[in-house]
Design a protein around this ligand. Sequence first.
Ligand SMILES: NC(=O)c1ccc[n+]([C@@H]2O[C@H](COP(=O)([O-])OP(=O)(O)OC[C@H]3O[C@@H](n4cnc5c(N)ncnc54)[C@H](O)[C@@H]3O)[C@@H](O)[C@H]2O)c1
Length: 439
Amino acid sequence: MSEVPHDLVARIADRSARVGVIGLGYVGLPLVLLFEEAGFPVIGFDVDEAKTAALTRGESYIRHIGAERIAKAFTGGGDVTATTDFARLAECDAIIVCVPTPLGPHREPDLKYVRITAETIARHLRAGQLVVLESTTYPGTTREEMLTRFVDKGLVCGRDFFLAFSPEREDPGNERFNTKNIPKVVGGIDAPSQAVAAALYGAVIDRVVPVSSPEVAESAKLLENIFRAVNIALVNEMKVVFERMNIDVWEVIEAAKTKPFGFMPFYPGPGLGGHCIPLDPFYLTWKAAEYGTWARFIELAGEINTSMPRYVVDRTVEAINRAGRSIVGATILILGLSYKPDIDDDRESPSFELIELLQERGAVVSYCDPYVPFARKGRKHDLGLASAPCTAEEFAKYDAVLVSTPHTQFKDASLYANVKLAVDTRNIVPRDGVNVVRA
Ligand SMILES: NC(=O)c1ccc[n+]([C@@H]2O[C@H](COP(=O)([O-])OP(=O)(O)OC[C@H]3O[C@@H](n4cnc5c(N)ncnc54)[C@H](O)[C@@H]3O)[C@@H](O)[C@H]2O)c1
């Protein structure tokens, strides 16, 4: 009969348990800091040597994670290191996995990072360790991809090692909610795993929400993201319908949200962005097919959301035509390359698609984003562009400016004083005295 590992729980309580975090990106790096600041010895692991070297020098590579915090942790004499040497996993009492879970070319889950990591951990796994997967994924991954590889080593879960899933709920740039005060759902494979994982997170996070299995925890994360994807699709569809009826969707939402119960506002936009909402729902549709069941809401939401950049481009072309100009050769400035306001994360940003679709139609496209001075080469895009200045003089040079990301800086009405045409997907351009089209 498996029992709670009281020695590990005690070492978590007195902060002597060493925590390893694999994958030092948007999710993993804040966790390293959280555990370090709570007094735990921490080792951060990544395959990207540039990242571990930057951290070792005390430098940040994620804008909203302040360089000061990184410098204090890594060069301030604390017991924290960043390394590419995975043999050091053996030194860790708890290992938290935060590697990417992207989609493959056919929108199927690409679990290669999780699998590689599970194999690496399996090579170094020793008795008494806790492993927690945090990467967003379909229900069953922790059991199918991690447990099986560890059990193959002859170790018994709940006795020799402990395994759980605990989804991340990071909201980059949110000033109210951070890793510490966002409740953390934790689902262990068995009771001892649950107890030790809850103890680990309970040491650094205000509220731990225990659930009965990793599958429930994996599914809860997907439900949260699917809820957003579906509601954003709904409001995007409303935008298209109301536009035809000459009704302002933004005014409709403002009115509807005065209902004090049973309604939650979502806002239309040029399409979905970020590492989570455009991708995660399809982890569930893929897995559902294995059970002969179809997640039609998710597919429909995906269809509507992915059609948005094309809709916005069509509206832009119409507006340029109405202004007596051809889209071929028209100059257009896209405002915002990151996928959400006031951060520098441009992953899956719909702005890339807007730029490419407009270029296909013959427009000459530039972008302005104070958070993204250069458009980095990504897996899908390589624009080779640098940001234009964020000034009224600059905006006035183009045949149209197209608002994609509602950065606070773009809300300055004076920027639009002399624009020829503004296409606004975020309702931030002033309505008076500006030739503006909502899209
Ligand atoms: N970014 C978010 O806001 C967010 C929120 C909730 C959940 N998630 C989920 O968390 C997971 C990580 O996302 P992220 O945004 O931190 O990704 P990220 O790309 O910012 O970071 C992932 C890191 O893992 C490293 N890596 C890749 N393969 C590795 C390997 N084999 N071993 C060690 N390191 C490896 C990469 O170099 C990178 O530094 C994903 O599953 C994502 O869906 C992200």
